[in-house]
Design a protein around this ligand. Structure first.
Ligand code: NI
Length: 183
């Protein structure tokens, strides 16, 4: 397994539409394992393939110690509204309140290609919506009001100089604050 570099805001791969997965062979299994290792090293709860420079329609998550692999996921039910403060491993140090559905049901394939459904509220529900957004080339800042987005982008202009070539190298065991909601 390997910790992969995380692409940060400005890298065009984060804005690309992903491609449904059809090959569940060793290459995909390796990518899934590497994404879990990267997510853990970064203290994240979710990570989508574009964040490591890939275009597969794949995301991983771990909420309340339960690991999830979402391949070709779709939201098949949504209900209610919820405001949640989100962050993203690809936009370090920026946070913002996002309106999401309060409850979602996601249908996806697991790493063996079997269909499953999972219902999520609170962090799991928000995380699944955030990761599926990534697979459609969307980021949480896209959901902010115009003024809040402008402010976030202005802050990012200062933050992004820390990431040469728009790649964030994860240092395992790095001390982090606010480390429970980076998705
Ligand atoms: Ni994210």
């Amino acid at each position: 397994m390997a910790v992969l570099g995380i692409r940060v805001l400005g890298d065009p791969v984060l804005r690309q539409m992903t491609t449904p997965v059809t090959d569940f062979g060793p290459g995909l299994q390796q990518l899934i394992d590497d994404m879990f290792e990267t997510m853990h090293a970064a203290h994240g709860v979710g990570l989508a393939a574009p964040q490591v420079g890939r275009t597969e329609r794949l995301a991983v998550a771990e909420v309340k110690d339960v690991p999830y692999v979402f391949i070709n996921p779709e939201i098949i039910e949504r209900e209610g509204k919820l405001k949640w403060e989100e962050g993203c491993l690809s936009i370090p140090e920026l946070y913002g309140d996002v309106m999401r559905s309060k409850r979602v049901v996601v249908q996806a394939l697991d790493r063996d290609g079997k269909t499953f459904e999972v219902e999520g509220t609170e962090l799991l529900g928000v995380c699944m919506q955030h990761e599926i957004d990534h697979l459609d080339g969307k980021l949480f800042i896209d959901h902010l009001s115009f003024l809040k987005r402008q402010r976030a982008l202005a802050n990012w202009e200062q933050e992004k100089v820390k990431y040469p070539n728009l790649i964030r190298t994860i240092v395992p065991n790095e001390a982090l604050d606010h480390d429970d909601e980076r998705i």
